[in-house]
Design a binder for this molecule. Structure first.
Ligand code: ZN
Length: 102
């Protein structure tokens, strides 16, 4: 399942995580963002730390997030880093056609 959209991501994240994620991305904090077969992965730089995020899309509204930040470690929630990288991955994919799509 990889048919995820901004809409679904917005629904799965808390409003605060979504807002923070957009701010991170707009601030250029996303250093890596890439779609994978099952979702996406990426990295976000915050200060001197880099948070690595991996997301598996279980369903249209189910996102399994693995991030090294305390928020995600504590609750498994869709954190702002997942939002930032997800939005970046969507933007990159729509701007550039990737030849390795099956
Ligand atoms: Zn995080």
């Amino acid at each position: 399942m990889s048919g995820w959209t901004e809409q679904a991501l917005r629904g799965a994240a808390s409003w605060r995580a979504f807002k923070e994620g957009l701010a991170l991305r707009e601030g250029g904090a996303v250093v890596e963002a890439k779609k994978t077969e099952s979702g996406w992965r990426g990295a976000v730089r915050v200060g001197k730390r880099v948070f690595r995020v991996g997301v598996v899309v279980k369903s249209a509204t189910g996102f399994e997030v693995r991030c090294s930040c305390p928020e995600n470690q504590a609750s498994g929630e869709v954190c702002c880093h997942a939002v930032a990288t997800g939005m970046q991955a969507l933007a990159v994919t729509s701007a550039v056609q990737t030849p390795d799509e099956p």
